[in-house]
Design a protein around this ligand. Structure first.
Ligand code: FES
Ligand code: FES
Length: 158
């Protein structure tokens, strides 16, 4: 089965077996920011952006992504510069073991792309599906609020 889609800005044709999940495919392509956690849609460690929405890749079968735009954390940063969301999380001490971090960062990026006001509630809702065993969520929520409110302020001024 051949599927065509956009992956991190590149058009891709993938030959996959029926039943292959997007998580399995992405890790086979060495996109290791996409973590293999619960495999049941419960932890958010495998979150990616599909058409700018945060989605758990372990629940997505490859045949359903035909024509869609897939982004992993690898597309947000390069090896020389951190993305502002990454930078803010690091400075805020919102990263400990880091296993949940790629999924959290993409959930924050998805919220950033939405219209509407950024509030503590909207940030908590966005991070609701990202389980973290280490941080207790206070620092990730604070970091996300800080970077998202800064981005919205810059949008208003531009
Ligand atoms: S590995 Fe996909 S939600 Fe946990
Ligand atoms: S930082 Fe360790 S699971 Fe979140």
């Amino acid at each position: 089965m051949t599927i065509q889609f956009e992956l991190n800005g590149q058009l891709v044709s993938a030959d996959t077996m029926p039943g292959t999940t997007l998580l399995e495919y992405l890790r086979s392509e060495e996109l290791y920011s996409v973590k293999h956690g619960c495999d049941h849609g419960e932890c958010g460690a495998c979150a990616v952006l599909i058409n700018s929405k945060a989605v758990n890749a372990c629940l997505i079968l490859m045949h359903t992504i035909e024509g869609k735009k897939i982004e992993t954390l690898e597309s947000l940063s390069n090896h020389e510069h951190l993305h502002p969301i990454q930078e803010t999380f690091l400075r805020a001490g919102a990263v400990q073991c880091g296993f949940c971090t790629p999924g959290m960062l993409l959930s924050v990026e998805a919220l950033d792309r939405e219209e509407g006001e950024i509030t503590e509630e909207s940030v908590k809702d966005a991070l609701n599906g990202n389980l973290c065993r280490c941080t207790g969520y206070v620092k990730p929520v604070d970091a996300a609020l800080k970077v998202l409110q800064k981005n919205k302020d810059e949008e208003v001024q531009s």
